[in-house]
Design a protein around this ligand. Structure first.
Ligand SMILES: N[C@@H](CCC(=O)N[C@@H](CS)C(=O)NCC(=O)O)C(=O)O
Length: 207
């Protein structure tokens, strides 16, 4: 099995965490999005990362790949069994991908990607706006959802992976959840990032 995409991507990180939780061996190819590698492009029609190759099967999109892996390697289950818990886990997956991701990566894009890879200056005003005005409503929501170590069904699941993955990029940009204002969220994120599967994903190759 081959997984394409740098571990700097929160979406690639989701899949790396799932593979580590399930103990699945993978060949990790840490390329960037839009890489011309023909095998990658065959797996990812629009050049986005991650993409997976499993024998003659190819698939892009972190959520699609994780659903595939869940059927292929059911243990330990990362999708809850009951209808309600499954619905909530998918809700948090979607929240992570579409609401949290675009904001959690803003400081990372400004402070890390722009100066290091795009030869552009950081827009500190954009970082301040993100931290002070854009992220707080999402942090408020999550603070109200956390009632134990995991978001759904009392066990680690896709919900935790998808919500927490982007916080690592926030940390790489030198920002973090204010523990005084959002104590539950701050402790929850720290504990999930400490899991061995997350630690393995965080040390996977970036390029
Ligand atoms: N919904 C996709 C999103 C993947 C995605 O947008 N990845 C970014 C890198 S973090 C990318 O490849 N961007 C290039 C582009 O949008 O064309 C998933 O869950 O895998």
């Amino acid at each position: 099995m081959k997984l394409y995409g740098t571990s700097l991507s929160p979406f690639v990180r989701k899949v790396l965490v799932v593979l580590a939780e399930k103990g699945v061996e993978v060949r990790h190819v840490p390329l960037r999005f839009h890489d011309p590698d023909p095998r990658f492009r065959a797996a990812s029609p629009f050049g986005k990362i991650p993409a997976l190759e499993d024998e003659d099967f190819r698939l892009a999109d972190s959520s699609a790949i994780i659903q595939y892996l869940e059927r292929r390697h059911p243990e330990p289950a990362l999708l809850p069994a009951t209808a309600r818990d499954l619905g909530r886990a998918i809700w948090f997956d979607e929240l992570g991908d579409t609401e949290l991701f675009p904001l959690l990566v803003k400081p990372f894009v400004q402070r890390v990607l722009r100066p290091r890879f795009m030869n552009q200056p950081c827009d500190e005003a954009a970082v301040a706006r993100c931290m002070g005005e854009e992220l707080p409503r999402l942090f408020d929501y999550l603070e109200g959802q956390i009632d134990g170590p995991f978001l759904v069904g009392g066990t680690f699941s896709l919900a935790d992976i998808s919500v927490v993955t982007g916080f690592h990029n926030l940390h790489l940009a030198g920002e973090a959840v204010d523990a005084g204002r959002w104590p539950r969220l701050s402790a929850y994120v720290a504990a999930i990032l400490e899991r061995p599967s997350f630690q393995a994903a965080l040390s996977a190759r970036q390029g």
